[in-house]
Design a protein around this ligand. Structure first.
Ligand code: GN1
Ligand code: MG
Length: 381
């Protein structure tokens, strides 16, 4: 869902129905400490709208205010309950482990004044978390920190492997189901609502030609050979916080943490962090896989996740990198054919550019697949 908003001042936004939203007023609907000094846009997410709320004293925390994209996350109650359960459980696990920087190692959800985990202003759903002090996000990570990031991701999945209570509900049904994503592409092709199909026909043909191979994970699942576990499902490198020295702090953007394949998390990290170019790079010559990052990340990940991973999961990790890059290509292309109805775009051809960049990365992963498989084989000995 494309959201038409722009910042008029730092605190006021005009939303798609031309209604003025006062972000300070929205923030005051939550049980915050201190006086609100300023609200300003934060981050580069493609789905929700995110703001940093600064408070006037050093003694009170800053906050992260988000307008939840309700067209995409239709069950906000389920979404917010999931996040609360996940963060509570991770906090419990970290304290069991003797971790002392707990406030910076997991998100803290701030309830609204009525006790709910979100606030509904009559049109939009909002939520608030504590801004993690001295934290930063990166669009890329060095090989040195990839090892630690891999370990942290393995640990994230490990921590959540014994989440008590009901299984987590799916916040977006079929989110990483390749069969479903291909069906969406097929629907877009059939409807061709923006008249863009002819331009992308060669890409469509190439992607559809690989469809059967790319549905292998779903087949393995149906045959009982690949389990579903709780996975993050959006392990872009910019969904992680690092401290002032570049060391991993915690995983953020927990909206899509739900049952899925570990291949998704491994693959999406490689897709975003081990790309020498950007996700939407205009200069395709920069887009290729960084094998140092791949190697170090997998070393860390397998070290932490080995206790619970099956042989099939380990063997298919490089396939996961291919699959998630293919899936993202399909998703950007589908949105382009549909006339840009899902992802925020910065220019009319942005989804086309993203499609080309992801397809280029996919070709680079294809070319390195054997090397990746050999590396994983060696690590799992
Ligand atoms: C979206 O929230 P954000 O911008 O990190 C998307 C992911 C895609 C990603 C592509 C709910 O993530 O699935 O991989 O963009 N999230 C949703 O950059 O669709
Ligand atoms: Mg994000």
């Amino acid at each position: 869902m494309k959201i038409f908003y722009f910042c008029q001042t730092k605190e006021i936004i005009i939303n798609k129905n031309n209604i003025i939203v006062d972000l300070k007023k929205i923030t005051s609907q939550f049980t915050i400490q201190g006086e609100i000094a300023e609200v300003a846009p934060l981050g580069t997410g493609l789905i929700n709208d995110t703001f940093r709320v600064k408070t006037s004293s050093e003694k009170t925390p800053d906050y992260v205010l988000q307008r939840i994209n309700h067209a995409i996350f239709q069950d906000v109650e389920l979404l917010q309950n999931n996040i609360q359960r996940i963060t509570d459980h991770i906090r419990h696990k970290l304290s069991e482990k003797g971790e002392n920087d707990l406030e910076r190692k997991t998100l803290t959800v701030i309830p609204a004044n009525d006790g709910k985990l979100y606030y509904f202003d009559g049109e939009s759903y909002w939520r608030l978390t504590v801004f993690i002090q001295n934290s930063q996000t990166y669009e890329q990570v060095t090989p040195e920190f990839s090892y630690l990031t891999g370990k942290a991701f393995g640990e994230f999945q490990y921590f959540l492997s014994d989440l008590p209570g009901e299984p987590l509900g799916a916040t977006i049904p079929d989110f990483h189901n390749m069969i479903f994503r291909l069906q969406q592409l097929q629907d877009a092709i059939n409807a061709n609502p923006a008249g863009r199909l002819a331009k992308v026909q060669p890409i469509v043909d190439e992607l559809l030609g690989r469809a059967e191979d790319m549905c292998k994970a779903e087949r393995l699942y149906k045959e009982g050979k690949l389990p579903k576990r709780i996975t993050h499902c959006d392990t872009k490198v910019n969904n992680m916080l690092f401290d002032e020295n570049g060391k991993f702090l915690c995983v953020i953007d927990l909206d899509t943490t739900m049952p899925g394949f570990v291949l998704s998390d491994f693959g999406d990290f490689i897709r975003t962090a081990a790309n020498n170019g950007a996700e939407d790079d205009e200069d395709l010559s920069k887009v290729n896989v960084n094998m140092d990052i791949f190697k170090e990340f997998s070393r860390g990940y397998i070290e932490a996740a080995r206790p619970f991973l099956t042989q099939t999961e380990i063997e298919n990790l490089p396939y996961g990198a291919q699959l998630l890059t293919y899936m993202q290509t399909v998703r950007f292309l589908t949105d382009y054919i549909n006339g840009d109805t899902y992802y925020k775009i910065k220019s009319p051809e942005h989804n086309y550019q993203r499609t080309l960049a992801q397809l280029t990365l996919l070709h680079s992963i294809d070319a390195h697949l054997e090397e990746m498989n050999n590396w994983i084989k060696q690590l799992s000995k």
